[in-house]
Design a protein around this ligand. Sequence first.
Ligand code: HBI
Ligand code: FE
Length: 290
Amino acid sequence: MSDPKAKLVTPPAGAAADWTIPQDWSRYTQAEHAMWDHLFARQASMLPQRVTPAFMRGLDVLRLSKPGIPDFEELSERLQKLTGWSVVAVPGLVPDDVFFEHMANRRFVAGNFIRTPEQIDYLQEPDVFHDVFGHVPLLADPVFADYMQAYGEGGLRALGYGSLANLARLYWYTVEFGLIREGGDLKLYGAGIVSSYGESIFALDDPSPNRIGFDLKRVMRTKYKIDDYQQTYFVIDSFEDLLRQTLETDFAPLYAELEAASDLTTDAVLPGDVVLNNGTQAYALAKKAS
Ligand code: HBI
Ligand code: FE
């Protein structure tokens, strides 16, 4: 997951100018490897029917079911051969420009630490399980891999226009919390969902959230929640379609247009929406009442 409010500016001691650090794989304890194995087993048991087949293929070709926290060097070697991406370690959230610069160069930054037992179902900073289990399998998919690079390049441009808040919503509602329609079924692909036990069920099966057909401009107008399940999920038709729309869009005039348009609330349903599920919002309403 990513927090767009990250305010750090200089790399911490021990980090390089690009914020990378050695993964220091040999430093993980048995308990830390066991935490990975536990999280992995919990997700692996329910994902096969729920996640896009491309994700399962990624887990397989990258040998991610091998016990223990993956060694980034070994992982990067496999990934490089498939799509030219690599995985580099960082201590936590990095500044937006650093994040995008890495992505534009096909380097995915991953936290090298793993959550503690107290943080098992919720943590603020992305750890190695979210980053590697959640994000890396789809980097083995050539089309998704291109989308991620395009996003990094677009992010650098958006910073120049001062329009990151709008572009960050695209990342949020695709890379982190996206759903995809495949063979008439809805499947998961967003890393924030697939790395979360509760949300992997909620996003697909619960009547609460809206599920709405993906529309680039609509998504970029929509606010999001960083600390609870989403009230709306957007559904793409294919990675090809997502990549094509992103590459064909001229973002500069779109940002100008968005600046004049109002933001949409996290639960909005509009007349022009392709509504796959008009959510009851029962979950969010109950949370608010408690
Ligand atoms: N840093 N490590 C890390 N991981 C992220 O997902 C991340 C980040 N810095 C910035 C950031 N995400 C976001 O601001 C962008 O997704 C917009
Ligand atoms: Fe993430």
